[in-house]
Ligand binder design. Structure first.
Ligand code: WTA
Length: 640
């Protein structure tokens, strides 16, 4: 582990927050919840019926009210979003304008028969209409389910079907890496024919020609005639705010369900503690709203605080690798939050590019989504932050709703260690345990676990509370199991070491091995498949797939590879495409028939292969190893 320490803060040192949380974490969160506006107070802080938590029971509030109405008196002219299109166009939206748009869209949804508890799928690019759509749902108590606009038609229809969404909100297209993604066409292909989808609302972002179907309504038409009078529904603290699908260890993504009162309290508080947000800040988070980071720290966190933020539509390196630095300079960004993958990619272009921009407005830097290598951390600190900005390495998950482990320069200054997410947030008991659930000693690798409930935690999994119990609460009794390896060092700092389950993290995106394997197996020629991750200089991890063909298949390996790539692109999306495919005659399996992914991973990572005594057929190891070596040699030769 990296031993250097950097003591750099923002001048805040309020030890009372940690102390009061330590004394009584329920009274502590109770106080935090009072920062929000409630229509009716709660009668109980937490009803804990393990593993089901209900926070602020009986309290009534509304997320859109807290994001918009509360700012109208003093901030209606303040800029909420400085939007930068990938194509260089820009827009500015004030809190007042956003308020009006949200109320109008909420009325449109109502007029289409959307009621409290109904689901609405949002499939939009990174444009202001995306948060507007989410808040319009939240205003009337509809449950939004945002689908990342890089997902394919199949992924979209799976999510629309599972959530039984009545309405889809989409755009004609969106810009990504200089190309247009034809979102409306994807909706037509996948979801517009699903019976329970009543209407598709289409925002015109690109102005390209699109096919108009019976169910389609143009955003501009319906908004033109809609009233801007729409009171926020008084919703129960534990009503659902959103479903966000995320990959797990099973074939289908899980619908993570979040509530209102607990979630907003967590996001509001962590946004203040970690980002030290102030009225004059210009915040820029590069995450797409299709992922949880965008939900919590592009939409809800900043808007609850009435912050000004930059929202960027496209790829971080388009049209070239200076785009991020250009945006920071153009908008005088003060807080920048991105991923280790983006940093590794930008770092490759050298220091001259960022050094040629004025980045002096920056005062705080953050990362999320995957472990950050100490050398990348140092580069971020030295070259981007000019040694004056603390870096917050924030660990959390879709399921946790908000940040759980991170430095908190908004309340305290602690020494930072490159590569460590440092300490848990106040009110949270986190530990590292061995396979039997016993706490391990300092500096020993084990599984990260959480001992007590926290307000941002998921309400459960959509339509599958049994699975919720099994996935997160059954590995270790009464402990939440996030699926990450970690080490606690002798200072109590946490070092996150990647996933301990069958989930890959490619460019910070969560991809389930089972989901990928079932997609590969859907190809006619494939009998079996196993995928695993190998380290990648930029993306953190890249995917490799081992494939067993059916008998008498004569497709050439090259054709097969390109067909498999296409299959995955259309079934899941381009982000899930493996970088390499290996055709083998058998997969290593235990006598009970389970694929030994650990072994494949060792071969692919050139590691020593551990105990294989439980293998059903030991000869497969040497076959896989030689196929792998052969292909590696070919790839190397091609490179040379
Ligand atoms: C990983 C993203 C190391 C981790 C907010 C976790 C991290 C998964 C960090 C959740 C970090 C997230 N350091 N690993 N700072 N942040 N992870 O649901 O494996 O897309 O379990 O949420 O990302 O991914 P998700």
């Amino acid at each position: 582990m990296h031993s250097e320490k950097f003591e750099i803060g923002l001048g805040n040192n309020d030890s009372s927050i940690r102390e009061s949380a330590k004394k009584d974490y329920l009274s502590f969160w109770d106080e935090c919840a009072k920062s929000l506006s409630w229509f009716e107070p709660w009668s109980k802080t937490l009803q804990w019926n393990p593993p089901f938590a209900k926070w602020f029971v009986g309290g009534k509030l509304n997320a859109s009210y807290n994001a918009l109405d509360v700012h109208q008196k003093s901030k209606s002219d303040k800029t909420a979003i400085l939007w930068e299109g990938e194509d260089g166009t820009d827009r500015k939206i004030t809190y007042g304008e956003m308020f009006e748009q949200v109320k109008k869209l909420a009325n449109v949804l109502k007029s289409l028969g959307v009621k409290k508890g109904d689901r609405v799928t949002i499939y939009l690019p990174m444009i202001p209409e995306l948060p507007i759509s989410m808040l319009a749902c939240a205003r009337i108590g509809a449950v939004h389910t945002v689908v990342f606009s890089g997902f394919s038609a199949n992924s979209l229809s799976d999510r629309v079907e599972d959530s039984q969404s009545k309405i889809i909100i989409t755009a004609d297209g969106g810009y990504r890496k200089g190309k247009i993604i034809n979102l409306k066409e994807i909706v037509d292909e996948s979801a517009s024919s699903i019976q329970f989808v009543k209407n598709v609302i289409v925002y015109q972002r690109t102005g390209q020609e699109i096919q108009i179907n019976e169910k389609d309504l143009m955003w501009s038409d319906v908004m033109d005639t809609s009233s801007d009078v729409c009171d926020a529904e008084k919703l129960d603290s534990n009503d659902s705010l959103y479903i966000l699908y995320t990959s797990g260890t099973t074939g289908k993504p899980k619908g993570v369900l979040h509530g209102i009162g607990g979630y907003l309290t967590h996001v509001y508080s962590t946004y203040k503690w970690a980002f030290d947000i102030k009225d004059h800040d210009v915040y820029f988070c590069t995450a797409d709203i299709g992922w949880v980071t965008g939900h919590s720290y592009v939409v809800y966190g900043p808007l609850l605080h009435g912050a000004t933020q930059v929202m960027y539509e496209g790829a971080p390196d388009h049209p070239n690798s200076s785009r991020m630095w250009d945006i920071i300079q153009k908008y005088n960004v003060t807080i920048f939050y991105t991923t280790p993958t983006a940093l590794r990619m930008l770092m490759k272009f050298g220091d001259d590019i960022p050094n040629s921009f004025d980045l002096s407005t920056l005062r705080l830097l953050g990362t999320v989504g995957e472990p950050i290598n100490p050398q990348v951390w140092k580069w971020y600190f030295d070259v981007i932050g000019k040694k004056k900005c603390p870096i917050i390495d924030t660990w959390w998950q879709t399921e946790t709703g908000g940040i759980l482990i991170s430095p908190l320069p908004g309340i305290e200054t602690i020494p930072l260690k490159p590569g460590s997410a440092t300490l848990p947030i106040p009110g949270l008991d986190i530990s590292v345990v061995d396979e039997s659930g016993n706490e391990v000693e300092a500096e020993t690798k084990g599984s990260l676990i959480i001992k007590n409930p926290w307000p941002g935690m998921l309400l459960g999994l959509w339509k599958n509370m049994e699975k919720y119990k099994n996935v997160y609460w059954s590995k270790f009794e009464s402990l939440y199991y996030p699926g990450d390896y970690a080490i606690k060092d002798s200072d109590g700092y946490l070092w996150l070491l990647g996933r301990s389950d069958d989930v890959l993290k490619v460019a910070g995106h969560r991809i389930g091995t089972a989901e990928l394997e079932s997609s590969i197996i859907s190809h006619n020629d494939v009998a079996e498949s196993a995928v695993c991750g190998i380290p990648d200089d930029v993306k953190g991890e890249s995917i490799i797939a081992f494939v067993v063909l059916k008998e008498n298949v004569h497709t050439s390996d090259d054709t097969l590879r390109s067909e498999l790539r296409d299959t995955i692109r259309t079934q899941i999306g381009p982000i899930a495409t493996p970088s390499q495919f290996y055709v083998v005659s058998k997969l290593p399996k235990t006598r009970s028939g389970k694929i030994m992914r650990r072994l494949l991973k060792s071969i692919a990572n050139n590691e020593t292969i551990g105990d294989v005594s439980t293998l059903e057929d030991g000869t497969v190891v040497s076959e896989i190893q030689s196929t792998f070596n052969e292909l590696q040699k070919n790839i190397q030769n091609q490179k040379n």
